[in-house]
Design a protein around this ligand. Structure first.
Ligand code: DC
Length: 261
């Protein structure tokens, strides 16, 4: 019932953007003030469409979009800035450093931001270099423990659409709605190039180099020992290769709608 109300809001006929936003904000406040929180997980490889889908789905449901990759990106960036080598022997040192960042997800202007020591983490983490550092720190189990706690804490305060690699397998194995998004490596490379252009990172943009980097990162993320990228047994697979962002979110909403209690 709660879901159909919110879903109708997203696709309702004849409502203006302003009305939608007013109602959406109202819904969001309502969903997050209720003591009953719901969790939707979205996992998948790099540039499979997770962020767009998670944002759209969260908006439709009136939930909060939590991007767990931001935690690993910030930790990777900070480890590099402090000159700490990202190797297994430094797992505890990096995890201890991560704890000093006092991560928290916070709602600011109806957007969920990762905050480190009261400062919102910004676009500086959006580069490929930081993505690679994130991929490396994320293979350290001590670091994953810190990140998992931050994600679980956010889900105690909000109903969330949580985006990650192990959201449905490790962080919230009992989540009622789980998705795994995938797409061909060519399509994912195109999307990543567009994203990089959007943030002005146009230097050295080369299709083959970006594709190779994506493939390498995916391999590292899916073959690591701890919490590899994996589709949970009970997650719904959505191949986004030939789907628009609207089609992806429609499929997810239809699934949620037909499976709500
Ligand atoms: O989703 P992203 O590109 O921002 O993630 C950056 C890296 O962080 C990714 O290569 C793997 C890692 N990661 C992870 O291991 N677990 C998560 N829940 C999220 C990201």
């Amino acid at each position: 019932m709660l879901f159909s109300l919110k879903v109708n809001l997203f696709f309702g006929n004849g409502i203006t953007k302003k009305t939608f936003e007013n109602r959406y904000i109202g819904r969001m406040q309502m969903a997050n003030s209720s003591s009953e929180k719901t969790i939707v997980t979205i996992d998948g490889p790099c540039a499979s469409g997770k962020s767009t889908a998670a944002k759209n789905l969260a908006k439709a449901l009136g939930f909060i979009h939590v991007n767990s990759g931001a935690i690993y990106r910030k930790i990777g960036m900070e480890a590099a800035a402090q000159g700490i080598a990202i190797v297994p022997e430094n797992g505890q040192t990096i995890a201890d450093m991560a704890k000093t960042l006092n991560f928290r997800f916070e709602l600011q202007n109806n957007q969920c931001l990762l905050v480190a020591n009261d400062t919102p983490v910004g676009v500086e983490i959006a580069t490929e270099e930081v993505g690679n550092l994130a991929s490396k720190v994320s293979s350290l189990p001590e670091v994953r423990t810190v990140s998992t706690a931050v994600q679980r804490e956010a889900a105690q305060r909000y109903s969330v659409v949580l985006e990650g690699r192990d959201a449905g397998t490790v962080v919230f194995p009992n989540a009622p709605y789980k998705f795994f998004l995938d797409a061909s490596v060519e399509e994912r490379t195109k999307r990543r190039l567009l994203e990089l252009e959007k943030i002005g990172r146009t230097e050295n943009l080369n299709f083959d180099a970006v594709r190779e980097e994506l493939a390498e990162r995916d391999h590292r993320d899916s073959s690591r020992e701890h919490a590899p990228t994996r589709q949970a047994q009970d997650a719904i697979l959505v191949d986004t290769t030939n789907l628009s962002a609207v089609e992806v979110v429609e499929r997810m909403i239809n699934y949620v709608r037909s499976n709500q209690n």
